[in-house]
Design a binder for this molecule. Structure first.
Ligand code: TXA
Ligand code: MG
Length: 361
């Protein structure tokens, strides 16, 4: 299908038109507080197939379903005596918001949404435009991030239009996504075990706190980001994900290369666009081709909000060969979600500044 995207301000008429499009098996670019989604009504298999075609995404990657209320979610899940109280406490605390819960699906949920598996991931977005659209459409909306598969997630309407520039698509403009990285994804197994599948704004401690307050005992597992699972449980676990078109490296604060690393290429700093954090390399900002700080005052929320936008800005600039991203600490809980996106964007590669040279490993 060829055509072109159209960005609309979210007037009541535009929201009605977008709801009409969803109910007629067309796709809609939907703003959310995390990132923009590429939405399809869950009862329209042709539209669900188009989501995979637009994104060039493999069918085994399940889609997140967006709902207005917890009640809508309970009719998609098939919960049991172990999982129901856990899910109930979590949605009552965190919805609407950036928490996706994955649990066993009702048989009626399309295989396209489930990625062929037996579970469905659901979240209730907080963004007022997403909520108005869900209400007008009267049906849950499956929406992966509205970017080409493997590319940087979109945090503005224009990013969606850029990735799908040759596709017909109504995009509702909901301004900048205020969180800026994708939702936390938590899987609730049938036996009540909880598994963190993707780090996000809602952290492990927040989740454990809710369980404790509700007197719910559940085992919990999560991975420190940077250790990539051999068995892929979802697209967020592919190594090359969130990657800009220009190759990226994580810039180490160490001034010498630790054992186990070797220099593959030496560049000048002038060949690099540097995205910094907390002014670590501010004294050398003039040496880089371009320099921006994700958050001068070391706010991790601030860094999350601007990371994807900055990656897209740098990849659209010419004159540099590589993008440098700040190396954060994967063992600091509040840094894990942003570390995870930076690690994937750079495919885990590290760079070191030694004297006037930039050593790429
Ligand atoms: O913030 C977000 O979650 C955004 C906005 C649009 O809501 N959506 C998003 O979707 O990031 P996507 O498709 O780009 O990422 C989907 C993630 C994957 O990491 C995948 O592992 C997980 O959700 N996921 C969804 N359904 C799943 C399922 N049934 N089983 C396992 N993982 C699932
Ligand atoms: Mg995505």
């Amino acid at each position: 299908m060829t055509g072109f995207p159209k960005i609309c301000m979210p007037t009541p008429e535009a929201i009605r038109a977008a709801a009409h499009a969803l109910n007629n098996a067309q796709l809609v670019g939907m703003p959310t507080e995390t990132v923009y989604g590429l939405g399809a009504a869950i009862d329209q298999d042709a539209a669900l197939e188009a989501v995979f075609a637009y994104k060039q995404r493999p069918f085994e990657d399940p889609l997140i379903v967006h709902v207005l209320t917890a009640q809508d979610a309970f009719s998609l899940w098939n919960l049991n005596a172990k999982t129901r109280p856990l899910v109930k406490a979590l949605v009552e605390t965190f919805w609407p918001g950036p928490l996706t819960l994955v649990a066993r699906a009702q048989d009626g949920v399309s295989r396209l949404v489930r990625g062929g598996g037996d579970a469905v991931g659901v979240r209730s977005p907080a963004h007022p435009v997403a909520r108005a659209l869900l209400e007008a459409a009267g049906v849950p909306v499956a929406a992966p991030s509205a970017n080409l598969f493997g590319h940087v997630s979109p945090t503005r309407a224009q990013h969606v239009a850029d990735d799908f520039h040759d596709r017909p698509l109504l995009i509702l403009d909901g301004d900048r996504s205020t969180i800026g990285i994708e939702s936390t994804v938590l899987k609730v197994d049938d036996d009540g075990h909880l598994r963190l599948l993707r780090h996000g704004a809602i952290g492990e401690a927040d989740i454990l706190d809710v369980l404790k307050k509700n007197n719910l005992a559940a085992s919990f597992s999560s991975k420190v980001p940077g250790q990539i699972a051999k068995k892929i449980e979802g697209p967020g676990q592919y190594l090359r994900h969130y990657a800009p078109h220009t190759p990226a490296w994580m810039l180490s604060r160490s001034e010498s290369m630790p054992a186990g690393y070797e220099t593959r290429e030496i560049l000048t700093l002038e060949a690099a666009a540097c995205l910094d954090f907390a002014q670590r390399f501010a004294a050398r900002r003039k040496d880089f081709h371009s320099y921006q700080d994700l958050s001068e005052d070391a706010s991790i929320e601030g860094a999350a909000r601007t990371l994807f936008q900055q990656l897209r800005t740098f990849e659209n600039q010419t004159g540099h060969q590589v993008i440098l991203l700040p190396e954060l600490d994967p063992h600091q809980p509040e840094q894990q979600a942003v570390y995870d996106r930076i690690f994937r964007a750079s495919e885990g590669k590290r760079a070191f500044i030694m004297g006037r040279e930039l050593h790429l490993s």
